[in-house]
Design a protein around this ligand. Structure first.
Ligand code: F6R
Length: 222
């Protein structure tokens, strides 16, 4: 698969913002899947600057930690602070997985998602589908990998605060999207990105499932 290498983080953020802007202009009633984490921060900043019309858009987040949604490090708080509170989206159109995983799947199943934006973990996870996740997996409660807990420790003051469980969309759920964009930044992601996009398609490298999708764009900057 082609990995498009971009000049810097600004170009990565702008390139994906262009894709989202085009999607919203072509189809104001779009359904989007959105990630959290450090990678999409520039994208969200750019989308806020562009003052797009989000009034008919529905969003579905990839995953949430199992923790109080009002906690400063929850993914619900992250999305509000970085995007939702700064655009004209209806709060009721912003969906997050919760323990009623069946309901989340049903909401997603009705009409296919138009555009899914992903980051990638250093162990090859997408959303919180850790290595070994079934390619058929759907939304469910998962235990986070040691590597993921370590990678995410930078966001928490104390080790005891780092969540060990999450609710994530499954790999099957993600693959139902019409279009997928994967963003990666930092040299520490380059090796896993190459392995996932051009190596064996295996459940040991969850992101490798994207090789089986016919509309995926992969962007990287160091
Ligand atoms: C978060 C998510 C994760 C992150 C991945 C990379 O919603 O889906 O798969 O995309 O852990 O995180 P960052 O961007 O912080 O390197």
């Amino acid at each position: 698969m082609e990995i498009k290498v971009l000049k810097d983080y600004k170009e990565l953020s702008y390139t994906v913002a262009d894709i989202v802007e085009y999607q919203l202009q072509e189809q104001p009633l779009s359904r989007l899947i959105l990630p959290t984490g450090s990678t999409p921060l520039g994208l969200y900043k750019e989308l806020v600057n562009r003052e797009l019309d989000w009034s008919a858009v529905m969003t579905y987040n990839l995953d949430v930690y199992i923790m109080n949604p009002d906690h400063p490090q929850s993914y619900q708080t992250f999305m509000k602070e970085n995007l939702f509170n700064k655009i004209n989206i209806y709060p009721s159109n912003c969906q997050f997985p919760d323990r009623n995983v069946q309901l989340y799947e049903e909401r997603l199943k009705g009409i296919p998602v138009d555009l899914c934006i992903l980051g990638i973990g250093t162990n090859g996870h997408i959303a919180f589908n850790e290595p070994g996740s079934s390619f058929d997996s759907r939304t469910r409660v998962v235990h986070l990998d040691e590597q993921t807990i370590q990678d995410n420790s930078r966001f928490f003051d104390s080790v005891d605060d780092i969540p060990t469980q999450a609710i994530t969309m499954g790999l099957g759920t993600i693959m139902d999207s019409k279009k997928i964009v994967l963003m990666a930044n930092g040299e520490h992601k380059l090796n896993i990105l190459n392995v996932a996009m051009n190596g064996e398609v295996t459940e040991d490298i969850p992101a490798s499932i994207l090789q089986n999708h016919d509309n995926v764009k992969v962007f990287y900057c160091d």
